[in-house]
Design a protein around this ligand. Structure first.
Ligand code: SIN
Ligand code: FE2
Length: 239
């Protein structure tokens, strides 16, 4: 992939060091090659196995820079619960939650400043993943950064705070594996469970754009780059 940069560097904000790694180190906990490729998990929803693997060091360095300016924080839901997932954003708009509701904001409420710019390597990778899944000309305006530690979870929900549902959601997984729950547009339908590994990208749009989805409580483990954590980047066109 053309966005691949150096594989060395440091990632202090993420609390990890990215050592110069051989290709073997990078891939050793990945699924065997015969599982590589892509699968359709629901109509209009694709799981692209290992799609961001070749860019992971560059992605993580870019996110490190974003998080220096807009640190991860635990937002509070309108119902008064503190979310177990820590969040931040980059791009023109960022998703926020507080006692008054969920919304997209041009500014980080912690600093009062605009959210950091969406790194070009992240934007281009999201666009390539969307195109690979049949969604051409994806122009995301928001990138939500989610950090999960063991036990953190995201309850079943629909992504419906956007003004326009014609664009897909692109979701990149880094770090510890997670169990992604992906259902239909009906809450009563039991969601299917999909393992998301480091480097996997999920794209959902069209008939699945408003599908219920969530993340089961993260199992503990140690990822060679991210340690006891999972990072997820979701790209959205807010409209
Ligand atoms: C989300 O639904 O916004 C995030 C999903 C994930 O962390 O995989
Ligand atoms: Fe979501």
């Amino acid at each position: 992939m053309e966005c691949c940069g150096v594989l060395g560097g440091s990632c202090h904000a993420l609390g990890v060091q990215l050592h110069r790694m051989s290709t073997l180190d990078l891939f050793e906990d990945m699924p065997p090659a015969e599982e590589a490729g892509q699968s359709t998990i629901a109509p209009g929803a694709m799981l692209l196995h290992g799609f961001s693997l070749a860019c992971d060091a560059e992605l993580l360095q870019a996110i490190e820079e974003v998080l220096k300016q807009a640190p991860l924080r635990h937002m509070v839901t309108p119902g008064g619960f503190t979310m177990s997932v820590a969040m931040s954003n980059c791009g023109g708009l960022g998703w926020v939650s507080d006692s008054s509701g969920y919304r997209y904001s041009e500014r980080d409420p912690l600093s009062g400043q605009a959210w950091p710019t969406m790194p070009v390597c992240c934007l281009e990778l999201a666009q390539r993943a969307a195109a690979q899944s049949g969604y051409q000309e994806f122009q995301p305006t928001a990138c939500l950064i989610n950090e999960y530690v063991p036990g953190a979870k995201l309850s079943l929900h629909q992504d419906k705070d956007e003004l326009n549902f014609s664009a897909p959601i692109v979701s990149m997984s880094l770090g510890l594996p997670a169990t992604f729950l992906f259902g239909t547009t009906q809450r009563k339908d039991r969601p299917k469970r999909h393992r998301l590994n480091h480097g996997d990208v999920v794209v959902w749009g069209g008939p699945s754009r408003l599908a219920y989805h969530g993340v089961a409580p993260l199992a503990d483990g140690v990822h060679p780059i991210l340690g006891h954590r999972r990072l997820n980047l979701t790209f959205r066109c807010v409209g």
